[in-house]
Design a protein around this ligand. Structure first.
Ligand SMILES: Nc1nc2c(c(=O)[nH]1)N[C@H]1C(S)=C(S)[C@@H](COP(=O)(O)O)O[C@H]1N2
Ligand SMILES: [Mo]
Length: 373
């Protein structure tokens, strides 16, 4: 018996040794596994920062497992657990319920990960894992109130239809929210994105959208909502999405989006290096800024390390990004452009990366090299 099981275990150990351990930091070049994830999960091209609302096809995408194939006619949302009236709702019933529409900036918590040294092995985002869509759906609070949340409830667990294995753990993608967050009036169960049906890759037929929180909270392909009386200990809650110093550090949970700004790279790119080339003279530098921790209050633009305030527009909604602009007269030569936002909590983007083991919340300032001719 023991001989048999050791024979069975041997190839598995081998496989573990050959496959890079996700999350393990690397000083090496990009791996085939990272490339594989990068082509499945795309970011938003920086030029799309010009749009108030990101067209669905340009919105960033992050799917841990496969996109589930769901027939909405046979799909139901279960709401249960510590509630007085458990229900099962069809998509038609959800579309008949009161709805809200609101623009929300979503950003992946791993945005900026590939810029860290050493680099945590996972989806290798650069800077642009962000997008702002207009989400339409039923306020979660409406359905929870109808179901009647028990007094001893502490969290609400959201489970998606997608499943797979991560960190050796077989799972359906699931995340929880504290009760108080779940009852916020702007947390929405969305069945429309930018005025049309949710695309398959963004959670068809129904997803959660939690304004202000990093993207992992906004569970896609929802199948069940369960009110619980103990904190949820699922993989995506207790193991993934934590600010940790090393593998053994319990760390702290990733929650609200940190303040960040990005600039539309001016001029035109060199195809392969993406380095920018632009003519000398006046140019309007533009971009967007956002934060889940308080309204953006200031954006500064750095030209070769000298900072000056940009003009800020009002955001369309509390958790939608705001536009900023600053005129610059480009003189011939090589320049480094950057931008840095500060929010109402007083938080400012760091000039240097703050490293953590999973590569979470790296909101260090963007730097763009330009050649002015
Ligand atoms: N069911 C499910 N929901 C999910 C995910 C997932 O893999 N499965 N990824 C999460 C993560 S990490 C992010 S950043 C956002 C991305 O949403 P988007 O692809 O619509 O931009 O979805 C979240 N919801
Ligand atoms: Mo994410």
């Amino acid at each position: 018996m023991s001989r048999h099981s050791s024979v069975l275990k041997a190839p598995r150990r081998e496989a573990q040794r050959l496959t890079p351990h996700p999350g393990e930091p690397s000083h090496g070049p990009l791996t085939a596994e990272e490339l594989q994830l990068a082509v499945r999960n795309h970011s938003m091209p920086l030029e799309a920062l010009r749009n108030d609302i990101t067209p669905a096809g340009l919105h960033y995408l992050l799917n841990h497992f496969d996109i589930p194939f769901i027939d909405a006619d046979h799909w139901h949302l279960r709401i249960g657990g510590a509630v007085q009236r458990a229900v099962e709702l069809s998509i038609r019933a959800l579309r008949r319920a009161p709805s809200i529409t609101l623009p929300v900036t979503l950003e992946c918590a791993g945005n900026g990960r590939s810029l860290l040294t050493p680099r945590p092995l996972s989806q290798p985002w650069v800077l642009e894992a962000v997008g702002t869509a207009e989400w339409t759906g039923v306020p979660l609070a409406y359905l929870l109130t109808q179901a009647g949340v028990d007094d001893d409830a502490v969290e609400v667990v959201f489970t998606g239809a997608d499943s797979g294995i991560q960190g050796g753990v077989s799972q359906q993608f699931a995340r929880s929210l504290p009760i108080a967050e779940a009852l916020r009036p702007d947390v929405v169960l969305a069945y429309r994105m930018n005025g049309t049906a949710l695309p398959p890759q963004h959670g068809y037929p129904l997803r959660l959208v939690v304004p202000g929180w990093y993207g992992m909270a906004s569970v896609k392909w929802l199948t069940s909502i369960k009110v619980v009386t103990r904190p949820f200990d699922g993989f995506q809650q207790q193991v993934a999405y934590r600010y940790q110093q090393d593998a053994d550090d319990a760390g702290s949970p990733v929650t609200w989006i940190k303040v960040r700004s990005l600039m539309v790279p001016p001029g035109v790119p060199d195809f392969f290096t993406r380095r920018r080339i632009l003519p000398a003279g006046p140019v309007m530098l533009t971009g967007r800024a956002w934060s889940g921790q308080g309204a953006v209050q200031r954006v500064e633009v750095g030209i070769d390390g000298k900072w000056a305030p940009a003009q800020l527009e009002r955001p369309a909604a509390p958790f939608a990004w705001c536009a900023w602009s600053m005129p610059w007269v480009a003189d011939a030569g090589e320049h480094e452009l950057s931008c840095r936002a500060t929010d109402a909590s007083g938080a400012t983007q760091p000039l240097e990366q703050v490293w953590n083991y999973q590569g979470m919340g790296n909101n260090a300032v963007q730097r763009i090299l330009v050649s002015v001719e």
